[in-house]
Design a protein around this ligand. Structure first.
Ligand code: DAK
Length: 265
C-alpha cells in the first residue's frame, strides 16, 4: 500500500508510522486521518489473522520539529458543520482503532504535539517523549475546543484540574512537565527516542501475544468500568488464557529453566 502523508517502516518487531507533512508541521488533514485508518485497519487484520511479526506500533512525526502541530487549521477554516462532523467521526474512529489494536501503540513524541497532535498521542497506549517535545491543547486560541477526545483523555491521564488548566489557557508545556503530570511515561534525549521505543517493542515481542492483547483489552475496558465489573473482566481474561498453548509453554519453560517459544495459539 502506498501513502501520500505517511511513511511506513517495519524494523525488527515494530511497525513505525511517521506522519509526514513537513510544510504544515505534520498537521492532521483528512488525508492523514484516512491513511491512519487504513494503516490501523490493515495492522489489526494482520494480527487478528495470527501474523505476529509486528508486536508494536510506533507513531511519530517526520522531521525533528513536530510530532503533529494539530489539526490542519487551513483545512478546518473551510469546513461547514457537516464536513466538521465527518472529520470528527473519522478522527474518533482512529482513536478507537488505536485502543482496539491488539498490540501496544506507542506515541514517540519528537516535537510539537499540539491540539489534535496531543490528542493523537494520548489515543496511543502511552507516550515516550523527546526532551524537545512540547504538548498543549491550544484550540481555545482558535475559538474551538479539542475535538478528537482531548478533553476526556487528558482528564483521565492528568486529572480534571490540570486538564481544565491546559484546555482553558491553551498553554504549551515542556516534556519534563508532561512527565511530571503523568502525560508522558518517559522523556529521553532526541537521538534516543526511536531506540527507546524499539526497545520497548522488543521487550513486548518476548511475551505471549495473546497475553499482550488480553492485558491491553482488560486495561482499556476496565478503566471505564466500576471496579467490581473491571475485576470480573480481568478474571475472565485471565482464565481464558489457560486455554492457550502459550500458557502451557510459558509455565513449562519457566520450570525447565529455558526461554519460551510462543506461537500465539
Ligand atoms: N495547521 C496548518 N498549518 C500549520 C499548523 C496547523 N495546525 N501548525 C503549523 N502550521 C504551518 C504554519 O502555518 C507554517 O506554514 P508556512 O507559513 O510556512 O506556510 C508552518 O507550518 C511552520 O509553522 P510556523 O512558522 O508557525 O512555525 P513556528 O516554529 O513559528 O511555530 C507552532 C510552531 C507549532 C508553535 C505554530 O506553528 C503553531 O502555533 N501552530 C498551530 C498550533 C495549533 O493551534 N494547533 C491546534 C490546531 S486546532 C479533530 C482532530 C483534531 C482537532 C479537532 C478535531 N477530529 C479529527 C475530530 C483539533 C483541533 C486542533 O488541533
Amino acid at each position: 500500500m502506498s501513502y501520500e502523508t505517511l511513511e511506513i517502516e517495519d524494523r525488527d518487531a515494530a511497525r513505525i508510522v511517521r506522519i509526514n507533512r513537513p510544510k504544515a508541521l505534520n498537521a492532521l488533514n483528512q488525508a492523514v486521518v484516512a491513511e491512519l485508518s487504513r494503516v490501523l485497519e490493515a495492522l489489526t487484520e494482520q494480527v487478528q489473522a495470527g501474523d505476529f511479526s509486528v508486536r508494536g506500533l510506533i507513531l511519530t512525526g517526520a522531521g525533528d520539529k513536530a510530532f503533529v502541530a494539530g489539526a490542519d487549521i487551513a483545512a478546518m477554516r473551510e469546513m461547514d458543520p457537516d464536513q466538521a462532523m465527518r472529520f470528527a467521526s473519522q478522527g474518533h474512529a482512529v482513536g478507537e482503532m488505536l485502543a482496539n489494536l491488539p498490540i501496544p501503540a506507542i506515541a514517540a513524541v519528537n516535537g510539537f504535539a499540539l491540539g489534535g497532535g496531543c490528542e493523537l498521542a494520548m489515543a496511543c497506549d502511552f507516550i515516550i517523549a523527546s526532551e524537545k517535545a512540547k504538548f498543549g491543547q491550544p484550540e481555545v486560541k482558535l475559538a474551538v475546543i479539542p475535538g478528537f477526545g482531548g478533553t476526556q483523555r487528558l482528564t483521565r491521564r492528568v486529572g480534571l484540574a490540570r486538564a481544565i488548566e491546559l484546555c482553558v489557557t491553551g498553554e504549551m508545556i515542556r516534556a519534563d512537565e508532561a512527565l511530571r503530570i503523568g502525560l508522558a511515561n518517559r522523556v529521553v534525549a532526541p537521538e534516543q527516542l526511536l531506540d527507546t521505543c524499539l526497545g520497548i517493542v522488543a521487550a513486548v515481542a518476548k511475551m505471549g501475544p495473546l497475553a499482550i492483547a488480553a492485558a491491553k483489552r482488560v486495561l482499556h475496558q476496565g478503566a471505564e468500568l466500576p471496579l467490581e465489573a473491571a475485576n470480573q473482566l480481568e478474571i475472565e481474561a485471565f482464565a481464558g488464557l489457560f486455554a492457550s498453548a502459550d500458557q502451557r509453554e510459558g509455565m513449562q519453560a519457566f520450570l525447565d529453566k529455558r526461554e519460551p517459544t510462543f506461537t500465539g495459539k
